[in-house]
Write a protein that binds this ligand. Structure first.
Ligand code: C5P
Length: 235
């Protein structure tokens, strides 16, 4: 696969309130060492040579972003998000040309590496097909019922954790998320809307440290993963 040279837009939904973190500020404003989660994620994208701009989706009541040093970056375009993650992604997509390829990445995944961003872009360029970073499931998987009893064991051989970034053409992604939502589908990631519309989406094996900070214990883990990344992986 040849090395990509074209530049792309990254869309970062950061308009959640992160209620599962039980913190006084939305989780993207919690600190990992000296920087917030959001600043860490933004810095990685802004420093990537194949990223030309970042569309950052913020909560309508966000009063924290302006306090970050990264808020002065000229490559960041801020837009106001919506109630669900998919609404926030749609708000960001509205700023992009229909034929533009975009990488949608959860702001709450601060350990994303430059290597994985490049790997995803290279795969999409080579195949001209939408793709997502993903990681194969390692644990034995159980389906449970409402009483927390096991219903059955789900074969894990072809199961993957869907990570981000997820890369698609902006117009097609916008149309398919809108259609899926209007027909009552649950859209928890970009690929689910594209799958629902009948598109074939490629899985690109990413790193398992690309975690989404969701629960309080994830914060220390993300900080440790970041401390283990070498300069080569981050920059
Ligand atoms: O809540 P969850 O962890 O799934 O959110 C994933 C990402 O989507 C986070 O970066 C969060 O800020 C963002 N989000 C958003 N708009 C919402 C809900 C979540 O931009 N309404």
């Amino acid at each position: 696969m040849s090395s990509p040279t074209k530049q792309y837009t990254a869309l970062l939904p950061a308009a959640g309130i992160g209620s599962r973190m039980q913190a006084s500020v939305p989780k993207q404003y919690l600190c990992l060492g000296s920087k917030t989660i959001l600043q860490t994620t933004l810095d990685t994208f802004l420093a990537h040579p194949l990223i030309k701009q970042v569309v950052l989706v913020l909560h309508p009541d966000d009063c924290w972003y302006q306090t970050l040093s990264v808020s002065q970056a000229h490559k960041v375009l801020c837009v106001v998000g919506g109630e669900q993650r998919a609404d926030s992604v749609l708000a960001g997509l509205a700023k992009l040309a229909a034929d533009e390829w975009v990488l949608v990445h959860d702001a709450a995944r601060p350990c994303i590496s430059h290597q994985d961003i490049t790997k995803l872009i290279a795969q999409v360029e080579a195949a001209q097909q939408g793709a997502i970073l993903a990681y194969p499931v390692k644990d034995t998987m159980k389906r449970g019922n409402a009483q927390q009893q096991i219903v059955n064991t789900v074969p894990r051989e072809q199961l993957w954790h869907a990570l981000t970034p997820q890369m698609f053409q902006a117009g097609s992604l916008r149309d398919n998320i809108s259609s899926a939502l209007s027909q009552g589908q649950t859209v928890t990631d970009e690929a689910s809307a594209m799958e629902w519309a009948g598109y074939s989406v490629a899985l690109v094996k990413g790193r398992s440290d690309n975690i989404k900070v969701t629960n309080p214990e994830d914060l220390a883990l993300a900080q440790w993963y970041l401390s283990q990344q070498t300069d080569e992986e981050i920059t």
